[in-house]
Design a protein around this ligand. Sequence first.
Ligand code: NAP
Length: 243
Amino acid sequence: MDTNPRVALVTGANKGIGLEIARQLAQAGVFVIIGARHIGRANAAVADLAAQGLVSEPLLVDLNDLEGMPQAARAIEDKYGRLDILVNNAGIVDPDDGAPSAGMPEAARRIMDTNFIGTLAVTQAMLPLLRTSQAARIVNVSSSLGSLTLNGDPDSPYYAVRLIGYNASKAALNMLTVQLAAELRDTNIVVNSVSPGYVATDLNGHSGPMSVQDGARLPVKYALLGDDAVSGRFVEPDGSTPW
Ligand code: NAP
């Protein structure tokens, strides 16, 4: 057993891809903190992993509660003194999102608040802890729907998916990856955007062809990148994807 395991926080880890990322990280010997916006859901995920002999811990992390971020960071600092991996996985879609001509602006605001503003806030709150790690990794769970290039390419399968709020939120998340990777260029912190693929979860009514096991694989790979880690990339299961 690893006596000094890496410590990871996964947001939105109570279900879907996030829970599976947590499971695969724990199976790789990482100590995982299950971030969730309801502590009961985090506890249930911890119990789920425990049933497989995997140890994790629940933590209240609500991306819509910016004032709660320092408390979440303090809880990690008090217990571990550092954070090695941050997987920014939590995200939403909204039924009132839609094409730019019709998607409701309030829906776009809700999505941006969670997927971008909340992720920015949790990242900022965790940065001091990540700076104390010898080799920190930030994985922003993005989507190929956030690619400006693919949204404008009639030959792309993503061209027809007109969700102005969701797609813009993932493009904004990608901007966080690019700017943060540049800002942290000379540090021990590596930042990447990872599109998991089209995965069957509650987010899409389980319409995706991929399992959560397969969808978690690439985010986990980027969370565990070694010494030769690249930073500031946007990848999907088929390889690199254009910004
Ligand atoms: P999911 O099953 O709906 O899980 C989303 C997770 O985010 C849940 O744990 C949810 O918590 C959490 N969450 C939502 N709002 C939150 C908030 N304000 N604070 C904290 N947590 C919050 O969806 P998923 O498919 O696994 O999605 C995970 C990530 O993958 C998302 O960022 C999504 O955009 C991205 N993604 C998914 C696909 C796909 O095909 N599924 C493709 C590309 C990218 P609750 O249970 O409390 O709602």
